[in-house]
Design a protein around this ligand. Sequence first.
Ligand code: SF4
Length: 350
Amino acid sequence: MMKRRETRTVDIGGVKIGSGYPIAIQSMAKTDTRDISSTVGEVLRLEKAGCEIVRVAVKTKEAARAICEIKKEITIPLVADIHFDHKLALEAVRNGADKIRINPGNMKDEGDLERIIDVCEEKSIPIRVGINSGSLMEMHTGRADPDEIMVKSMSEYLEYFNKRGFSDIVISLKSSDIRVVIGAYRKMAVRCDHPFHLGVTAAGLPEDGIVKSSIGIGALLLDGIGDTIRVSLTGDPVSEIYPAQSMLQSTGSRTFGPEIIACPTCGRCQVDLVSIVEELKARVMSNRSWVGKKPLIIAVMGCEVNGPGEAKAADVGIAFGKNKGVIFRKGEILKTVAAEDAVEELLKII
Ligand code: SF4
């Protein structure tokens, strides 16, 4: 079993992240933050889907001031994403932001950074120091490996924060190249004990973005690295949440529902296995009591080739034949049921 990298704890508006706490799922609203009702609507949809921390873009003073009103309507912590203008960070914190995300390289000078640290320190608000490979000029010179450049740059920022005595920091090192992402986080992991926000930036449309994020974030999670994750997709932010949950469950990091093992089906299958698995999954996942527990393994297999083996090995399994299936519980045959009754019979046992 993988061991989590040990980190300090950072409290983001009541959601604690770090090695002592579950890996939190976050996303970002795509609305204009000044449009309070649209932003609240989007955050509420994200909350319902399972998002645990939400970020909003703060481009103007009006957007920073809208945070105060948005926060009255939502229950998850809100992170203000700030670039270029330190005054927006000060305004966002004054208006109740639970965390500030900055890229120190985008600030005009150290004085601006100093003022952000002052206000965050005063209000006990953490800062995500997030660098993206695209924002580092040195990346394009070819003089060093991109992941090395990101780690060097982040180490310099951390040195500054350390000298200033501010340690309430979460780190992110994002790139659209998953090899750079994995390399940078692995190298940074041995240099500090700050929690990591993992993500592959600009991963693209869901069909590519989910694959890229699964490899990048998944590889790090299997190393025990990562304390909060965001799957960045070009699309509705709600579509980021299920892949994030699935990544956490597949890597053994968290449980959101039973583990359903299902065969891909082939010409040997004599039942509508796809519909059976879809119905079973929808019905078991509607029960929220699974969250946080050891996942129950359910196997649904199309025929007698691999079916009995997988079904026996699972907590509950079914191996289908012609229009019927044999149900197993903890390795023992329990009963034979008609294919049309399979979902109900499995649910009774589950
Ligand atoms: S279990 Fe049977 S139906 Fe399913 S893929 Fe294997 S051989 Fe085909």
